[in-house]
Design a protein around this ligand. Structure first.
Ligand code: 2RA
Length: 332
């Protein structure tokens, strides 16, 4: 396979290099692209040094089979035609095409086959918060239809990129040294704080991030599920967590839910409260699965169930999901 990565120097681009290698993805040739700023820098993949080329409107994508694109919505919109016009399949990590009806939005554990119908030769990778939510919801949907979900997210700094992770680390160092913390990536200091805003506010009072969870979940699950989310940025480096309350058509017992999660693809059950076993972002960082625990009946609703998830935002929340889509395409 001839593979391209657009946005190599970012946190997701770097994770793509790691995941492609770790999963023995069949790469015959790898081409790296980036902005004029990152053009010329080099990265090593399987022992070979590769130089980043500047992304331009030319024929550089001729002969490429799959292009993983992670350089922001503006770049995806501007370069989609250039990337796909010679037949390359673009797996796009940005929000640019997620709700386009001619672009499948895919989480392989949930709707892999949607990737086979792609009129624009683009497949969208969902937002990181949606990915872990739907992997978990899919398990319960197999037991009883989920009518609604309430979600509170606990989102790591990594969601805002590598420089935001660096800023959080820097803030901790500065505070320990009694210096005032540098604040540029987030609206406020994140160290020792929580920020109840991820992305900008929309007219209904929800943020864009929260509305992504509503819209993307419905599209991926082909469901009429209602999702009300509150998205919070937390001083964690790279794994997002979610507190999830669901209401199902039929009551689902804790035992049924545990059984469903235990055999669900992409899920690892960590649910033994007596032994203090539950998912935590610290343990999810750098790992592939969506971890699920703290499963219990919602005491306010006989059809309600509550649980907690954690998953690496850069890995399953972005790079790994994109690579799994590509693996599915190759298998087909
Ligand atoms: C965030 N969801 O965590 C975004 C990244 N896609 O900021």
């Amino acid at each position: 396979m001839k593979i391209a990565i657009v946005g190599t120097s970012g946190a997701v681009g770097q994770e793509l290099l790691r995941v492609l290698d770790a999963r023995n993805f069949p790469v015959d040739e790898l081409y790296l692209f980036g902005s004029s700023r990152s053009a010329g820098s080099t990265y090593t993949f399987r022992g070979k040094e590769i130089t980043v080329k500047e992304l331009k409107h030319n024929d550089d994508f001729k002969g490429i089979d799959i292009a993983f694109v992670s350089a922001g919505a503006g770049t995806s919109l501007e370069f989609a035609e250039t990337i796909t016009r010679h037949g390359a399949i673009m797996i796009d990590n940005s929000s640019a095409f997620r709700m386009d009806k001619d672009v499948p939005l895919v989480v392989p554990e949930v709707n892999a086959a949607d990737a086979l119908t792609r009129p624009k030769n683009i497949i969208a990778n969902p937002n990181c918060t949606t990915i872990q939510l739907v992997v978990a919801l899919k398990a319960i949907e197999g037991v009883s239809h989920i009518k609604r979900a309430h979600v509170a997210t606990y989102q790591a700094a990594s969601g805002a990129g590598a420089s935001a992770m660096a800023e959080l680390e820097q803030q901790h160092r500065q505070l320990v040294n009694n210096e005032s913390p540098t604040v540029s990536k987030f609206a406020y200091q994140l160290a020792y704080n929580l920020i109840p805003q991820v992305d900008v506010f929309t007219e209904n009072g929800y943020t864009k991030e929260e509305m992504k969870m509503y819209n993307e979940t419905r599209k991926i699950m082909h469901s009429d599920i209602e999702v009300s989310a509150t998205c919070i940025r937390v001083p964690v480096l790279r794994a997002h967590s979610e507190a999830i309350w669901i209401e199902t058509e039929q009551p689902v017992s804790v035992e049924q839910a545990r059984e469903a999660f235990a055999k669900a693809e992409g899920v690892v059950l960590l649910d033994d409260p007596d032994r203090k076993i539950y998912p935590m972002p610290l343990n999810a960082a750098g790992q592939d699965p969506v971890y699920v625990g703290r499963i219990r009946k919602d005491i306010t609703n006989p059809n309600g169930l509550t649980f907690w998830t954690a998953a690496d935002q850069i890995c399953k929340g972005a790079a790994l999901n994109a690579v799994q889509i590509a693996e599915y395409l190759i298998k087909q």
